[in-house]
Design a binder for this molecule. Structure first.
Ligand SMILES: CC(C)(COP(=O)(O)OP(=O)(O)OC[C@H]1O[C@@H](n2cnc3c(N)ncnc32)[C@H](O)[C@@H]1OP(=O)(O)O)[C@@H](O)C(=O)NCCC(=O)NCCS
Length: 192
């Protein structure tokens, strides 16, 4: 599949900007991702992540982008401070489907960063990738992530049992989907 091109200009709503990762983000990305909540919900291995894991992930995501499977982006604020990471992944043009994922640095949580990010990525996926179904999966205990999904208009579909290998076992996932026309883009962050 053709490489996924980075959105040009970078996606922004004036508060968060989604830009390509840079080598210079590596140390901060490692430090931020090493927070207990990220490890609890977004780190699939049993061993503690090292800076090499994060470097490998960075390289693997770039390879996936060149293969047309994933669009990985850093989330930054107006001063280019790192607020987290996000991606469109499992991009499947033949089925007009993709998935969205995100994590937010501990200090930036609870201010709508993930909601803003998901709205930007979803809008871009519908407009530029021709996606007809955008998926979001998370652990059933991840209430914050499910609130993000709902605030963006995703519909909860159910539980995928024993969905993925996770931290030495297997994990159920809650699955949500968003179809064209369903994205809630209100600048208010409440669920209507
Ligand atoms: C999930 C995550 C990305 C949310 O980021 P965020 O920028 O804080 O999200 P938002 O501010 O847009 O929305 C968070 C919502 O969850 C709620 N929330 C936050 N922490 C919560 C918690 N521990 N329990 C319940 N709800 C919580 C917020 O109140 C808000 O909901 P509201 O509309 O009812 O106020 C962030 O908590 C995170 O990085 N977690 C670790 C990684 C992760 O879980 N990634 C997602 C994997 S599917």
């Amino acid at each position: 599949m053709p490489a996924l091109k980075f959105p040009e200009p970078a996606l922004t709503d004036g508060v968060v900007t989604l830009r390509p990762w840079r080598e210079s983000d590596l140390a901060r990305r490692f430090e931020a991702f090493s927070d207990p909540v990220c490890l609890r919900f977004s780190w699939p291995l049993t061993e503690t992540p090292t800076v090499d894991h994060v470097r490998d992930r960075f390289a693997a995501q770039e390879e996936a982008r060149l293969d047309g499977d994933e669009l990985p982006l850093a989330i930054v604020d107006a001063e280019d401070r790192l607020c987290g990471g996000c991606s469109l992944y499992d991009v499947t043009p033949g089925e007009a489907r993709a998935a969205v994922g995100y994590w937010v640095t501990a200090g930036a949580r609870g201010r709508g960063v993930a909601t803003r990010t998901t709205r930007l990525l979803a809008g871009w996926a519908f407009e530029h990738l021709g996606v007809e179904r955008l998926e979001l999966v998370c652990e059933p205990a991840n209430v914050a992530s499910q609130r993000v999904a709902e605030r963006c208009g995703f519909v909860r579909e159910g539980v995928l049992r024993s969905h993925i290998p996770f931290q030495g076992g297997r994990r159920d996932s809650m699955i949500f989907s968003l179809l064209p026309g369903e994205l809630l883009t209100s600048t208010a962050l409440e669920v209507p």
